[in-house]
Design a binder for this molecule. Sequence first.
Ligand code: ADP
Length: 270
Amino acid sequence: MVELRGVSFGYQSDKNVLDNLNLRLKEGRFYGLLGMNGSGKTTLLKLIAGKLFAHDGEIYVDGRNSRKREVEILREVFMLPADFIFPDMRLEHFLAIYSKFYPKFRAEVLDDCLADFEIRRDIEHLDKLSLGEKHKVAFSIALSLGTKVLLLDEAANGMDIPARKMFRKLLMKHVREDQIVVLSTHIVQDIENLLTDVIVLRKDAPVYAASLEEIANRYSFGIQSNEEGVLYAEACAEGYHVITHKQENMDTEVSLELLFNALIKGGGRI
Ligand code: ADP
């Protein structure tokens, strides 16, 4: 488990990006980390990965304080940054270095991912790949490292639509039950049908964290001709896309996009 207790962090002493954040991330769960640009998604991932240190509060990974940067923890946490830069190196050489540090690395996962992305295994110059190829290779490596905590920062961003589809398929295929995945994105559609939980970072409002089960038990999502009794509504061709309190005996599919919009613009009714 990853536990954040009262975590605050700011790049400038007078302004916090994250304020008194409490979160528990559990094995077998897939967290969608959502928020507008600049809301602190990358900062939060860096804090969990031990690349930044909280100014207040503590972060524990399996009960160990991440501040101590113990090898046993560092090798179980991998963050794929959005601005990942490969060195001028052969893939084989790069893997020889990385796989030594990450004991759960599985070459067969990497082979499978690269084959599905239709990328050759014998890459001579990692730094000469196209942007889309770089994202595919970096994501394939991240998945194959097999760390308990996998933090993916806008990982599907540089991919085209077929590659995004493959990205989702590969996550579903290779993420194990004992892993914790956090994927940040500002494109909600990227992670629909994949995640089990959402964490939404909001400016000037507390973080919203809930499982999809909790959301589905609390709210109904649907279309109405008017705005009566709604918690949030958005005009659409048929009337309004709405979120209401859960209607009895009515199960509806959670619309992440609507929920996200409600949380960002909805004025705190959700
Ligand atoms: P997100 O990933 O949600 O786009 P970030 O975590 O990158 O947000 O950034 C949160 C805020 O912190 C933004 O206002 C950003 O400008 C600021 N910020 C990020 N990195 C730095 C840095 N190294 N120095 C100063 N400010 C930063």
